[in-house]
Design a protein around this ligand. Structure first.
Ligand code: ADP
Ligand code: FBP
Ligand code: MG
Length: 546
């Protein structure tokens, strides 16, 4: 087996595939894929270039993507590395090696070959599918401790846990890597060029995790790639930690591209933040559990109000612009909710199977009811009856009409006009309350892991990545994977069915709708979509190889 020579003399991480007869070697500017003749023909499905040595160089079909394919339908969607565009970068021994806390830990360092699978439910012959590089400390780092000048910025809407992430980046850099220079950028992206910076020390951030919000402040809009890159370059910053949602990660990606274009040794790491849980790939976003917990208090209040009065209806509006996860999980957790309405599931008010009919039925049965509605639900209905504002916030997100208020008025009007029964409706809008609180214990732990993973990744020279758990294992995920789609509740999946079973509410769907939804459902994100390589004779079953 021959290998293609690396274009630089530096020690490069080696990637060995599942099949012991094939080896990947990462080098400065591309992936070299060396395979034995027995390797699977699945590789022909990606762009590969044969070389004289019989090896093939794998590259992604889209520019800037580092995609490596392996046997049995294995796909690694890798993240960029500083050595991709800066040759001959020196490496250093990871200082953790001499840290008493870690030196005793067996196998503390992540194996270079470790990747995390996106697909855990598999069938006998299914391809192995997409993988991401496993997060964690590497034996070699690309920064010396006193060379690091890091900065942290928080962007977009608030989310419980922001301060914990800030704290753990500062403390992680300091305690694990001996880094002392960390700057806080005030007020989101525009803070890079229009605001002051705050030097962050472990002492300063010591108890910030007990507070809601972000000590750095945040904002929407104001992303100016060139000005931000200038600011990073002028200040001599070489590690940029960017905490924010989908919009923020798009901004981070643009910053990374500009940094790369300028050839700067700057690691750009994204930490995904969104209370809506609308970021794809990762298991869930931090602050989500806290938000669901806090939402319980509002739902409980609505329930107490509703059951204390004849034909009481409690309406609670929760956050969720395009994704109804908070509403769905708060409903499943509470058991006091009779109907949950989310953006992904259209509903209607009048006629058989409609919301009014259900309310009437439930009031007759129980004497009271609680409705939870996500802020993005039923926006089409709202626009039909109210003049659409069609406005956007500074980041370009559509400004929504108050669906909670709208539905409350509609319900009141309906029962007034129909004279069937008199109702007592209380509308509770806790939207900002649920995201302004400090994070709960489980989110604090989660935030700590995210921050530490981001720090390990940047120190190891990875860049242009977002960090997050994929099936419980933290991984480095390329920016494009978390920005090109949004995580949404799939109403033809089991979780939504579980909710319907729990509330016993109508699904508001006809059979035709179900067929349509199934059709529209995002296909699996494998490169091998539609392929069953075994059935097509392109791959032997795994068992035959073992
Ligand atoms: N497509 C984009 N390219 C560059 N920056 C963006 C993009 N979308 C949003 N941003 C910036 O990211 C920041 C946060 O975005 P926003 O949508 O408000 O929140 P979130 O990151 O939570 O989704 C804002 O400063 C905004 O200017
Ligand atoms: O009023 P604001 O601050 O713009 O925030 C409202 C929006 O922020 C969110 O809480 C979260 O959105 P982001 O993740 O984009 O910040 C949405 O649910 C909500 O629509
Ligand atoms: Mg967003």
């Amino acid at each position: 087996m021959k290998s293609i020579s690396s274009s630089s003399s530096i020690a490069v991480p080696k990637f060995r595939c599942f099949d012991p007869s094939s080896t990947y070697t990462t080098s400065n500017s591309n992936y070299h894929y060396v395979k034995s003749s027995s390797s699977s023909s699945l590789n022909s499905m990606s762009n590969s270039t044969s070389t004289d040595s019989g090896a093939s160089m794998e590259s992604s079909s889209k520019p800037g993507r580092k995609i490596v394919t392996g046997d049995y339908g294995y796909v690694l969607e890798d993240v960029p590395h500083l050595t991709d565009y800066i040759p001959d970068l020196p490496t250093y021994t990871n200082p953790l090696q001499n840290n008493p806390a870690y030196s005793v830990v067996k196998q503390y360092f992540v194996n270079e070959d470790d990747t995390v699978t996106q697909k855990v439910v598999v069938q006998k012959y299914s391809p192995r599918g997409t993988h991401f590089r496993r997060a964690g400390p590497r034996q070699k780092v690309y920064f010396e401790s006193d060379e690091v000048h890091a900065c942290i910025v928080t962007c977009g809407g608030l989310c419980p846990g922001l301060n914990t992430v800030i704290r753990e980046i500062v403390c992680g850099l300091h305690h694990m890597y001996g880094v002392n220079k960390v700057l806080g950028i005030e007020g989101g992206y525009r803070g890079f060029y229009a605001r002051n910076t705050i030097p962050l020390t472990p002492k300063l951030v010591n108890d910030i995790h007990k507070r809601g919000g972000t000590i750095l402040g945040t904002s929407r809009g104001g992303h100016d790639t060139l000005k931000i890159a200038d600011s990073i370059q002028d200040r001599g910053i070489n590690q940029v930690y960017i905490i924010g949602g989908d919009g923020t990660q798009k901004g981070a990606s643009a910053i990374f591209e500009e940094i790369k274009r300028r050839g700067l040794k700057v690691a750009v790491a994204g930490i995904p933040k969104t209370i809506d849980n609308d970021i794809p790939v990762i298991d869930k976003s931090f602050g989500f559990d806290t938000a669901v917990e806090e939402a319980q208090r509002a739902i409980n209040a609505a329930h107490v109000e509703a059951e204390s009065i004849e034909n009481g209806i409690g309406v609670v509006k929760l956050m969720g612009r395009n994704s109804g996860f908070i509403a769905m999980y708060a409903t499943l957790a509470s058991r006091d909710v009779d109907c949950c309405l989310i953006p992904e599931s259209p509903f209607y008010l009048d006629g058989p199977g409609g919301l009014f009919e259900f309310i009437e039925k439930r009031l007759k049965e129980m004497g009271h009811m609680v409705i939870v509605i996500a802020e993005g639900a039923g926006q089409d209905l709202v626009s039909e009856s109210m003049k659409s504002m069609d406005q956007q916030d500074a980041s370009g997100n559509k400004l929504l009409q108050d669906v909670g208020l709208w539905i409350s008025e509609k319900i009141k009007d309906h029962f007034k006009k129909s004279r069937k029964m008199s109702i007592n409706l209380k509308y509770i809008d806790p939207t900002y309350m649920i995201r302004a609180v400090p994070s709960i214990a489980s989110d604090n732990v989660y935030c700590t892991l995210l921050a530490q993973s981001a720090v390990h990744g940047a120190m190891a020279g990875y860049t242009g990545f977002t960090v997050g758990p994929v099936n419980g294992r933290h991984a480095y995920i390329p920016f494009y994977r978390v920005t090109e789609t949004q995580n949404k509740v799939v109403i033809t999946d089991r979780m939504w069915a579980r909710l319907l079973a729990s509330t016993n509410q109508p699904s508001f769907l006809s059979e035709k709708d179900v067929v349509q939804f199934k059709k529209e459902r995002e296909p699996p994100t494998q490169l091998l979509e539609g392929e069953n390589p075994v059935a097509n004779g392109k791959l032997e079953s795994k068992e035959n190889h073992l």
